[in-house]
Design a protein around this ligand. Structure first.
Ligand SMILES: Nc1ncnc2c1ncn2[C@@H]1O[C@H](COP(=O)(O)OP(=O)(O)OP(=O)(O)O)[C@@H](O)[C@H]1O
Ligand SMILES: [Mg+2]
Length: 351
């Protein structure tokens, strides 16, 4: 089986490495359109980091987070108890971190579990993590906490939304204690839109955009896989620099499929998915009018990026449905991908 290697991202990697060189001071939000390669980037970075960084990477994507306990559980990785450990019974934090390889969830054992879940207070879990990170630092390593798909905790509540408790904890780790670097990744741009206007985070975080590849970077990728000029043109026309789409078409090429036909097939699927929003409107499942949604699409008839003065609920609806991507730091809206742009244009034409 041929595997497609990690491509470029030199600018973003350099930026993150610079942050890691300095003392932790702000929370870093990594955001960008869906499938732009945020998770791939951070995983690639983790592989490259020298051993004096200990990364605790937690991806909430696959976790079922129906309750507060689910969330706390998702943070920790229970250490398997070997015979020898059983005999020793109580382990210290120092012993616990010595068992951590380069990247893992936050280790815990039975001795600390009761404390963490006691009273259902996030405070207990967070103070355990702080103690653990202090032990990491005392061992000469720099702790780094990465939470991927954080928006998934949106519905979990503990005396009000958990997210506020969590943001306070992140501020503690960074700006207050300078103990750990904190990276929060999200593919949900509605979440970033909310975070961006959150008063408690003002002056306490920074934003790092991971966008689709630009033209040049895309061409270097395509040259690597020996695309012809005509094929390169088709990839750029239909997929732009969306990594996942480029990978899909590269795999199609390896199976000797015709690239333009394959790209057109992807476009047809996306167009039909966007069209089905109108079916939902017709069936009364969605409260917006067809006209108002079409008006939003019309902004993209000629332009690829639109600057907004005021946000409205139709725009947010299309962002929530992953048709549009919103960047509140620039106050711009754009389709989630080139394929979405072409699909929007097809829908407007057909409508
Ligand atoms: N730099 C890269 N080089 C090669 N392939 C990449 C690169 N970045 C992403 N990919 C490919 O694109 C796919 C999607 O990337 P990834 O899952 O990292 O995107 P994401 O931005 O995290 O998506 P989501 O918005 O769903 O969280 C990956 O599985 C990988 O195949
Ligand atoms: Mg991801």
């Amino acid at each position: 089986m041929r595997r497609i290697g990690f491509h470029n991202r030199e600018k973003e990697l350099k930026e993150i490495k610079n942050l890691l060189d300095a003392e932790p001071s702000l929370i870093t939000f990594i955001y960008g359109p869906i499938n732009s390669g945020k998770t791939a980037l951070i995983n690639h970075l983790i592989e490259q980091l020298p051993d004096d960084y200990l990364v605790f990477y937690i991806n909430l994507r696959t976790k079922l987070l129906a309750s507060y306990d689910d969330f706390i559980e998702s943070l920790f990785e229970m250490e398997l108890e070997t015979e020898e450990r059983n005999r020793k019974r109580k382990e210290t934090l120092k012993e616990l971190i010595s068992s951590v390889t380069k990247v893992a969830g936050i280790p815990i054992n039975r001795a600390f579990l009761d404390y963490v879940f006691k009273d259902k207070k996030p405070k207990n879990a967070f103070s355990y993590i702080i103690k653990l990170f202090e032990a990491v630092r005392d061992s000469g390593k720099q702790p780094v906490l990465v939470l991927d798909e954080l928006q998934k905790i949106g519905d979990v509540k503990v005396n009000g939304p958990l997210i506020y408790e969590l943001f306070n904890f992140f501020i503690d780790l960074t700006k207050e204690l300078h103990l750990a670097h904190v990276f929060v990744i999200t593919s949900d741009s509605l979440f970033i839109e909310r975070v961006y206007s959150e008063a408690m985070l003002e002056g306490r975080c920074r934003y790092l955009l991971v966008d689709d590849f630009d033209y040049e970077t895309t061409m270097v990728f395509l040259d690597k896989y020996e695309f012809s000029e005509k094929e390169k043109e088709a990839v750029w026309e239909y997929c732009g620099g969306k990594p996942v789409c480029m990978v899909e078409l590269t795999n199609a090429k390896m199976c000797a499929k015709e690239i333009e036909g394959e790209a057109k097939r992807l476009l047809k699927i996306r167009t039909s998915q966007i069209q089905s929003l109108f079916d939902e409107i017709a069936l009364g499942k969605v409260e917006y009018s067809e006209r108002a949604i079409t008006d939003e699409f019309k902004y993209f008839e000629k332009d690829e990026i639109v600057r907004y003065d005021r946000i409205n609920k139709e725009k947010l609806f299309l962002v929530g449905r992953n048709v549009l991507f919103i960047d509140p730091t620039q106050r711009i809206l754009k389709p989630q991908s080139r394929l979405n742009l072409l699909a929007i244009r097809a829908v407007v034409r057909n409508g």
